[in-house]
Design a binder for this molecule. Structure first.
Ligand code: NAD
Ligand code: UFG
Length: 339
């Protein structure tokens, strides 16, 4: 069985390529390297001792998609490709809608032309907006997103649901990720954000490294036990394991399904920092700052549907997430760039 992994060179995509190779799947990765480095895929091949096929190209480019489907026998697609910086999406809405939505429409069209109608889509807990209930189940109504990035996820979900309604030959799994962090234990692949990180864990690892002076904690006056926001951090290896389980589901012609991928445990910003210091022995100086616009106070999943239907449950805790994120950052202080 062969899997097309769009966004395969990225943070989650590279971990997926690795796991799929380990599980015996053939892997075809497509990435335009807009936010990644093809070294990630060289390292995936080094770790596994197996080879994959890499196409440097864009999901908006019908020619490259057509070439992939004519040159390779693809059984499933895991669709990670997309732009994901929340703040940037507010500045560049057209670019985000075009890349993420037109890109997905183009991919879906080329897939159906090629008769490949099995797809796993990377969605996000952001589609719940300010969630109507905690913990968040898949039945929780979708909410109003605070940024164009979030809307692209919400709209693509709708597109996939309507495509399925019109054509039941599609098998679609929508996975709503909570907060993926950590890295493969080899410390050869990991998260490598360009510039100053927007997300908490990469910011923490760069402060620990001494590349950034201190962490700013966005808001200490939320209605939470320690006043800081609560999130559901999930180890990237657990998250990717959920995708392998989702492929098995597609193999059974499962139609359309939606799952949360989270641990079900809420962790505050300060708890994450404490855990990081405990797991690594490295200090992380921080200062309290004002709230960040658009942040919701509490967001964590009820992941029991994925356990029931996919037989999937997260195995790693915050300690391992911090340890592995740090190992990667420490051994690759500049990410995939050469020192
Ligand atoms: P990433 O930026 O590391 O990976 C995305 C990859 O897609 C990059 O390698 C980028 O170069 C590529 N890409 C972007 N536009 C493309 C295009 N038009 N054609 C081909 N390749 C393109 O991000 P990630 O963290 O690995 O995220 C993967 C997916 O998961 C994204 O869709 C993201 O929105 C979603 N997601 C991520 C998180 C998270 O916190 N990491 C949370 C929820 C959802
Ligand atoms: N935070 C800080 N300081 C920082 C960075 C973050 O205090 O320097 C705080 C944020 O205010 C938030 C928490 O850490 O309370 C987590 O923030 P992230 O930016 O790491 O993650 P978010 O929950 O805001 O968003 C992430 C992804 C989104 C995705 C969402 C839900 O960035 O793309 O999870 O899956 F939509």
């Amino acid at each position: 069985m062969n899997v097309l992994v769009t966004g395969g060179a990225g943070y989650l995509g590279s971990h997926a390529c690795l796991k799929l190779l380990e599980e015996g799947y053939g892997v075809v990765a497509l990435d335009n390297l807009a936010n990644s480095n093809s070294k990630s895929l060289e390292r995936v091949q080094k770790i596994t001792g197996k080879t994959l096929k890499f196409y440097e190209g864009d999901i908006l480019d019908r020619e490259v998609l057509g070439r992939i489907f004519s040159e390779q026998k693809i059984d499933f697609c895991i669709h990670f490709a997309g732009l994901k910086a929340v703040g940037e999406s507010v500045q560049k809405p057209w670019e985000y809608y075009n890349n993420n939505i037109t890109g997905t429409l183009t991919l879906l069209d080329e897939m159906r032309k090629a008769g490949v109608k099995n797809i796993i889509f990377s969605s996000s807990a952001t589609v719940y907006g300010d969630p109507a209930q905690i913990p968040i189940t898949e039945e929780c109504p979708k909410g109003s997103c605070t940024n164009p990035y979030g809307w692209t996820k919400s709209m693509i979900e709708q597109i996939l649901m309507d495509m399925y309604k019109a054509d039941n030959e599609w098998n679609i799994v929508i996975l709503r990720y909570f907060n993926p962090v950590g890295a493969h234990q080899s410390a050869l692949i990991g998260e490598d954000p360009k510039g100053i990180p927007n997300n908490l864990m990469p910011y923490v690892t760069q402060v620990a490294l001494g590349r950034l002076p201190q962490l700013g904690v966005f808001g200490g006056d939320y209605d939470t036990p320690d006043g800081t926001c609560i999130r559901d951090y999930i180890h990237v290896l657990d998250l990717i394991d959920g995708h392998v389980k989702a492929i098995k589901k597609l193999e059974d012609n499962s139609g359309l399904s939606i799952y949360n991928l989270g641990t079900g445990h809420g962790v505050s910003v300060l708890e994450l920092v404490e855990n990081f210091i405990k797991a690594t022995g490295v200090d992380v100086p921080y200062v309290m700052k004002d709230r960040r616009a658009g942040d919701i106070p509490v967001c964590y999943s009820d992941p029991s549907k994925a356990e029931r239907e996919l037989g999937w449950k997260a195995q790693y805790g915050v300690f391992e997430m911090c340890r592995d994120a740090w190992n990667w950052q420490m051994k690759n202080p500049k990410g995939y760039e050469e020192e």
